[in-house]
Each structure stands twice: as structure tokens, then as C-alpha cells.
Design a protein around this ligand. Structure first.
Ligand code: 13P
Length: 250
């Protein structure tokens, strides 16, 4: 009932020419329509070129961040309208690297989510605990807090366009994937928390897992009842491994 989504977060990788080549290889490698939704999130500079490369294909385009104002004196920022203008249909918000290195807070995540919802963009809202939070048993509290802050003021109707990404910080770029059971536990917790806040619509929200997802661990993760796809970092930078993840056998 929930269409799986596999999204590739390119982070700060790929020039325009490299991005175009990767997008082309993914589009050609996909062949017909994939059974899941596929999204590419290149850096801002490559959005337009990648968008042109995947035009007319079922692949969607996402940015890695968005500002909450429409326009103005905000040096270095990009508005929702600018992202729509280059063909984006989605945007990552609140990635742990933005929280960790660039002062992103639940409050700014919330502003960005609301701005995306005022536009046509689908917010892919990232949450996840650090290793210290996990080891001290506070992981659920931390994620609950991120959900409460990041989704503050939203309605059940808003949920329809939102994708949640659970990315435990200790699993990102470390090769230490959360086990399917550990990931499922948190995905179940996220869905119950959303149900408590928004009611039955929580059953329709897609919750994807991120953190060292590779072709050989995708199927086991996707077999879990509340894991509805993946947000992929390192393994999305090469067509072969990203296609391997898309073609996982659940
Ligand atoms: P890795 O797949 O490299 O662990 O990165 C995950 C991630 O942060 C995706 O947003």
C-alpha cells in the first residue's frame, strides 16, 4: 500500500559533467519503470543538468536543503521557488550533517518543512540519534523530540506529501548499518508517534532508512514492515551500486 522510495543523497559530490554522466547511467540502467520510486538529490550546482538528463523518465529530482523565505537578502540560500524552477519535486530537510555541522535545529527544520509544504516540494525530513544517545538509551526520546519540533503545526493532510528518513548518525558513512530489527524498532516507534499526533494517516506515511545501505543489505531491511525505502549516501555515487539497491529483491 505504500510505494517504496529509494533516494540517493549525493551530498557534496559530483561536478555538473560527472552528475550528468551518473544520472544518465542510472536512467539507462533502470530500463522501464522501476517498481519503486527513485529520487536523485545532487548538489545545487548539478540540479539543472541532472534534471535535464532524467526529464521524461520516472526518476524524481530533489535538492539537499531549502530556505524558508520566498526571496530576499539571504546570501547563500535557495528558495522553494528556485528549486521548483529547476524541476525539483522534493527536498531533503534536517539531514544530520546539517544539524551537526551547520547549526540546523528542530526549529529551522520546521521552518523549512513548512516552506516546502507551501510550495509543491515534498519534504524528506531526516531524524536520527547519535551514538551517545543510543548508548545511553535515549534514542527514542531524541527522535520523538525531533519529530515534535520538526513537524510542529502540521496537519494530518500535510503528512501526505512528507517522507520521513530515519538515519542513525552512528550508521552514516561508517559501514555500520543498523540491523533490520534495530531499524524496524525505530521505524515502528516513529509510526506510532506519528499516529499519536496525526491519527490514522500515519499508516500512509513512508518512512525510509538511511545509514550504510548497500546492495547486499537492502533486501533484509526492506522486508521489515515499517521500512518503506532507503536514503542512500556512499552507494548512490556509482550507478552499479545504486541500481543494485533499486533492484533489491524484497
Ligand atoms: P551513507 O549511505 O554513506 O551511510 O549515507 C547515508 C546518508 O547520510 C544519506 O543521507
Amino acid at each position: 500500500m505504500r510505494t517504496r522510495v529509494i533516494a540517493g543523497n549525493w551530498k557534496m559530490h559530483k561536478t555538473v559533467a560527472e552528475g550528468r554522466a551518473l544520472a544518465r547511467a542510472i536512467r539507462e540502467g533502470l530500463g522501464g519503470a522501476p517498481s519503486c520510486e527513485v529520487i536523485l538529490a545532487p548538489p545545487f550546482t548539478a540540479l539543472e543538468a541532472v534534471g535535464a538528463e532524467i526529464a521524461g523518465s520516472p526518476i524524481g529530482l530533489a535538492a539537499q536543503n531549502v530556505h524558508w523565505e520566498e526571496a530576499g537578502a539571504f546570501t547563500g540560500e535557495i528558495s522553494p521557488r528556485m528549486l521548483e524552477d529547476v524541476g525539483c519535486s522534493a527536498v531533503l530537510i534536517g539531514h544530520s550533517e546539517r544539524r551537526q555541522y551547520f547549526g540546523e535545529t528542530d526549529r529551522t527544520v520546521n521552518l523549512r518543512v513548512r516552506a516546502a509544504l507551501r510550495s509543491t516540494l515534498a519534504p524528506i525530513v531526516c531524524v536520527g540519534e547519535s551514538l551517545a544517545d543510543r548508548e545511553s538509551g535515549r534514542h527514542e526520546d531524541i527522535v520523538a523530540q525531533q519529530l515534535a519540533g520538526g513537524l510542529d503545526g502540521l496537519t494530518a493532510g500535510d503528512l501526505e506529501r512528507i517522507i520521513l528518513a530515519y538515519e542513525p548518525v552512528w550508521a552514516i558513512g561508517t559501514g555500520r548499518t543498523a540491523s533490520p530489527e534495530t531499524a524496524q524498532e525505530m521505524h515502528g516507534f516513529i509510526r506510532r508517534t506519528l499516529a499519536g499526533k496525526f491519527g490514522a494517516d500515519a499508516g500512509r506515511v513512508r518512512i525510509v532508512y538511511g545509514g550504510s545501505v548497500k546492495p547486499d543489505n537492502t533486501a533484509a531491511l526492506m522486508r521489515q514492515p515499517d521500512i518503506d525505502g532507503a536514503l542512500v549516501g556512499g552507494a548512490c555515487l556509482e550507478a552499479k551500486s545504486f541500481l543494485g539497491i533499486i533492484r533489491h529483491e524484497p
